[in-house]
Design a protein around this ligand. Structure first.
Ligand SMILES: [Zn+2]
Length: 291
């Protein structure tokens, strides 16, 4: 038996959440990309998603896909296959807009339409939201709360532990005043745990195109550290079917999964279930009354 401390309540010692942003061609359509860039996105539903679903099925893993409304209506069969395989579908804008740049009326419309599209495709209202480009504003976070999302997964204040998104921060170069935790739960993310900045070149083919061995070293070290030192933690990877779906990279993901499977007390879980478990263990404190 392991001497390492186990979290209470029978929870896994470490939860690994595999998340996929199914952007497909949405961002290139929104930005006016030509046929080459559109085809790069098309690789996602055409090749990447089937490879991912096959891997998840073979390892009996339930995962979370954040899907723009544009992908839902353009590639309905791809989204249907994700839903049929038992995975969670969350919101990711309509056409992968930079939401922080939208005016309030447009922003509200985008958030509502994308939530409705995901609900229609998945058969239930989405619980999770992830900002395209991880670009957020206070207004976006207000709408995430107002529209009833349970959780956001776009912020970076922690690495392995969920927390409640603060409301009412006032920032000033002389000193910021931090607000109070609100209702919405945060599943923190990191660029280092995202496949895109490691792998994908910019729009003209110039960029990192890292070897999987580099990313494997980073992701496995995060996994080992979390497993050893952060009982009850949640390690969240962010991937894109058009990036991780390439042969040399999906092989990396499989090696990562296989390593996690060798560790004692590691479970793979959809984010809505991770968040549900966390909320039960961390009931919300009564909001402080204004003075
Ligand atoms: Zn995205």
């Amino acid at each position: 038996m392991s001497a390492m401390m186990q979290p209470t309540g029978g929870d896994p010692r470490l939860t690994v959440a595999l998340t996929f942003d199914h952007d497909a061609i949405s961002s290139e359509v929104e930005r006016g990309g030509g046929p080459v860039l559109i085809s790069r996105g098309e690789f996602g539903p055409r090749v990447g998603v089937p490879r991912i679903l096959d891997l998840l099925d073979r390892h009996h893993i339930a995962a979370t896909f954040f899907v723009p409304g544009h992908t839902v209506v353009t590639f309905p069969d791809s989204v249907a296959a994700i839903v049929a395989a038992g995975h969670e579908v969350g919101c990711h804008g309509w056409a992968h807009e930079d939401l922080a740049k939208l005016d309030r009326a447009t922003l509200r419309d985008v958030m509502l339409r994308s939530a409705e599209a995901v609900a229609a495709a998945s058969g239930r209202p989405p619980r999770g939201f992830r900002a395209p480009y991880w670009s957020l504003s206070d207004e976006v976070l207000e709408l995430v709360d107002e529209l009833g999302f349970t959780y956001d997964s776009s912020l970076m204040a922690d690495d392995l532990h969920l927390y409640r998104v603060r409301r009412g921060d006032v920032h000033d170069v002389r000193g910021s005043r931090l607000g109070e935790p609100g209702r919405v739960v945060e599943v923190p993310i990191s660029w280092s745990l995202d496949d895109w900045p490691h792998f994908e070149p910019g729009r003209q083919g110039v960029g990192p195109l890292s070897a999987p061995s580099k990313v494997e070293e980073i992701w496995k070290a995060e996994l080992q550290y979390a497993h050893r030192h952060e009982a009850g933690g949640v390690l969240t990877l962010t991937m894109h079917p058009e990036a991780i779906g390439r042969g040399h990279r999906i092989a990396l993901l499989e090696r990562f999964v296989e390593m996690a499977e060798t560790l004692d007390g590691v479970a793979f879980e959809r984010l809505d279930r991770v968040v549900g478990r966390w909320e039960s263990a961390h009931p919300r404190a009564e909001p402080t009354r204004p003075g």
